[in-house]
Design a protein. Structure first.
Length: 81
């Protein structure tokens, strides 16, 4: 009986196995689209600052606010001095 189980697994075409695993790996949809838009906007903010490092979280949260439309009062504690 073990041979039959093994042969069933081997009988599955590799292309079909690869296709199913790649579909599971990629999660496209509204959530991913929003994350891509936020990342792009955060990168724009980074470039506007002259590519100055150290503000990645600030840029991400600002981009998130702009894209999702959540007006939040700025917290000055996370800004660099």
């Amino acid at each position: 009986m073990k041979n039959k189980t093994a042969s069933k697994k081997a009988a599955t075409p590799p292309a079909k196995r690869a296709r199913t695993s790649s579909v599971r790996g990629k999660q496209s949809g509204p959530v991913q689209d929003i994350q891509v838009r936020i990342a792009a906007r955060a990168h724009e903010l980074y470039e506007q600052r002259g590519c100055l490092d150290g503000y990645h979280l600030h840029d991400w949260l600002e981009a998130e606010r702009e894209i999702l439309g959540h007006p939040v009062e700025m917290d000055k504690s996370s800004e660099r001095v």
